[in-house]
Design a protein around this ligand. Structure first.
Ligand code: SAM
Length: 300
């Protein structure tokens, strides 16, 4: 707490609510997040990590000890000189002043990590995410890459609001299951790792937080091996599945037959559900990512 306060005071700064700045002040937490993040990447290959929002560098310095290369993207111009001082002992860290949401992620990845990937290395993402853009950041990481290929990351280890963590990792049919749980499951396996109380931050947020590990798997054909093999057809299939998920959760209290009726005739959906062995009055919130794939294939 005193180190973070001291750094902010020295640069005449205060945490900015608009940028979702809740800085970690208990060193044990970022140390644990960095270790969890590194454990997802193979130990025998060069490893890089992309950090979103380094703040005053609390997590960055532990990432620098775990990884060969750290690239940290910070939106707040005022923090850049402070980070220069806080990270002076870590030559493997570069700080980029940018809005993560504005980055062209595939180009950024190849610019910053292309050489490391070419050597057979891996890139992970690790962040204590600003809560105002948690879901858009995760969707950008997942949807910013072609849907017919596995994602080019070892894992995303991110701290989010506890209720968001539950949603990300939720199983079909549970109260926390939603559109993002199903969409994420099409490309990744998600596990909730540990909870972090408000007292670990400056300022203390009103809500509890949790760290999740999101690990990309082989993609949609891992979830549904009967998905088309041809890359182009697989891309269109993935889009149809995503379309079904949005329709199903856009009106989650309706039965799937009614929720999809704007795009698919009711008798076609009913026939597809029957072909998949699912009840005619089922709601989308009970369908797993695999079920959505099966229904999309049956509807086709
Ligand atoms: N990593 C630090 C820590 O754990 O103490 C800071 C975490 S704080 C919750 C979120 C950080 O993300 C802040 O430094 C904030 O300025 C930065 N941030 C917010 N929006 C951003 C964006 N769109 N792109 C990049 N960084 C952003």
């Amino acid at each position: 707490m005193s180190v973070v306060r001291g750094l902010l005071d020295k640069y005449g700064l205060a945490p900015k609510k608009g940028f979702g700045q809740n800085f970690l002040v208990n060193a044990a937490v970022p140390q644990r997040i960095a270790a969890c993040s590194r454990s997802y990447a193979p130990g025998d290959r060069p490893a890089g990590v992309l950090e979103i929002g380094p703040g005053v560098g609390a997590l960055t310095q532990y990432l620098a000890r775990e990884y060969d290369r750290v690239v940290s993207v910070e939106i707040d111009r005022g923090l850049i000189p402070l980070l220069g001082e806080a990270l002076v002992d870590y030559p493997n860290v570069s700080v980029v002043e940018a809005d993560f949401m504005e980055l062209d992620l595939p180009s950024f990845l190849s610019e910053r990590f292309g050489d490391l990937l070419a050597e057979g290395g891996t890139v992970s993402v690790c962040a204590n995410l600003p809560y105002y853009i948690t879901t858009p950041v995760i969707m950008k990481l997942v949807e910013g890459f072609p849907s017919n290929e596995p994602l080019p990351f070892a894992a995303f280890t991110v701290m989010v609001q506890l209720e968001v963590a539950r949603r990300l990792a939720a199983e079909a049919g549970s109260a926390d299951y939603g559109s993002i749980s199903a969409s994420l499951a099409l490309r990744c396996r998600t596990e909730k790792l540990f909870d972090v109380g408000p007292g670990n931050f400056l300022p203390a947020p009103k809500v509890s937080s949790a760290v999740v590990g999101i690990v990309p798997h082989g993609g949609i054909r891992e979830v549904y091996p009967d998905a088309p093999e041809d890359p182009e057809e697989l891309g269109s299939f993935a889009e149809r599945v995503s379309g079904l998920i949005s329709l199903a959760f856009g009106q989650r209290r309706k039965t799937l037959v009614n929720a999809l009726s704007a795009r698919y005739p009711k008798d076609a959906t009913a026939a597809a559900l029957e072909a998949c062995g699912l009840r005619a009055d089922i709601r989308g919130e009970r369908l797993s990512a695999e079920d959505f794939c099966r229904v999309a294939a049956a509807l086709a």
